[in-house]
Design a protein around this ligand. Structure first.
Ligand SMILES: [Cu+2]
Length: 287
């Protein structure tokens, strides 16, 4: 049977392919990032002792997903090129149906991949959600519509923000000391998220959620609510300052001097609602 003449010679085609591959490689090199950076999608540098565990789980998941993606796309492209019909009257390539070994593979391989991801996730989650009996510090965090209260349990002082963007609260943490966050909400579900800690946890009404970290980088970080909780969700911002112990103590003394002694509880926010919620910003009937 006659086949259509191939207009490009084999060496010419190879040259084209290798030029394309070379260009892609050069582009990757020119972007100046390592595989780890490329696959962490610009995640912040881990700022706690626990964060590298999360970073490597994230990185590993992307390596596995990229491998599967490249392999699948590669097989599709290969089959499309290798088995394309060379002329309109050429016979279709051999078709495979009810191939038991192949179908078993389609079932077993994804199962192994999912079990693998489950194993690493469960293993790391088990470590990351451990809370020690006597941490160096405890901060009871109340997420409410539309800000945050931070109660420094050991010092008996608090700080609280309002939904005004220029008035966002700042959470102080001493560097290289463990801290347990106890999370509670008086209203709806929020999520306590400090991106640089690579960790977030939901803040529920009527349920105490906890996690423990040890910040190990001095600096100022962003914090936010990561659960779409209502109309002013986007205003639920806070700052995190990880500082040396003396500066932390100075800040605690400042809060005490300002009279912010005691605790902002979920009950208190429910009772004094308007003070914190600023309902008067909304026209009658809008909420
Ligand atoms: Cu929220």
């Amino acid at each position: 049977m006659a086949t259509a003449p191939d207009r490009t010679s084999r060496p010419a085609r190879w040259r084209r392919w290798s030029a394309a591959a070379g260009a892609a490689g050069a582009l990757l090199l020119a972007s100046g990032c390592s595989a780890e950076e490329a696959l962490s999608f610009n995640a912040p540098d881990p700022a706690t002792e626990q964060a590298p565990t999360i970073a490597s789980l994230w990185f590993g998941a992307w390596v596995a997903a990229s491998f599967v993606g490249v392999l699948t796309a590669g097989l599709i492209i290969y089959a499309a090129i290798r088995y394309r019909r060379k002329s309109p009257d050429a016979p279709a390539p051999k078709q495979l149906r009810y191939n038991v070994p192949l179908e078993l593979m389609y079932t077993v391989v994804p199962l192994v991949m999912i079990l693998g991801m489950f194993y690493f996730t469960a293993r790391d989650q088990h470590e990351l959600t451990k809370v020690s009996a006597s941490p160096d510090n405890t901060v009871s965090v109340v997420g409410f519509r539309w800000s945050w209260a931070f109660n420094y349990t050991e010092d008996g002082v608090y700080d609280v923000g309002t939904a005004e963007v220029e008035d966002i609260p700042t959470l102080y943490l001493p560097v290289n000391e463990s801290v347990v966050f106890e999370l509670e909400s008086p209203d709806v579900i929020h999520s306590f998220w400090i991106p640089a800690f690579l960790m977030k946890m939901d803040v529920f009404p009527d349920r105490l959620n906890k996690f423990e970290v040890t910040p190990n980088k001095v600096g100022e970080f962003a914090g936010r609510c990561a659960e779409l909780c209502g109309v002013d969700h986007a205003r639920m911002l806070f700052r995190v300052k990880v500082v040396e112990r003396p500066e932390y103590d100075r800040h605690m003394a400042e809060l005490r001097a300002k009279g912010q002694v005691g605790e902002i509880t979920t009950d208190r926010i429910s009772r004094e609602g308007e003070r914190f919620w600023e309902l008067d910003r909304y026209p009658e009937g809008q909420l």
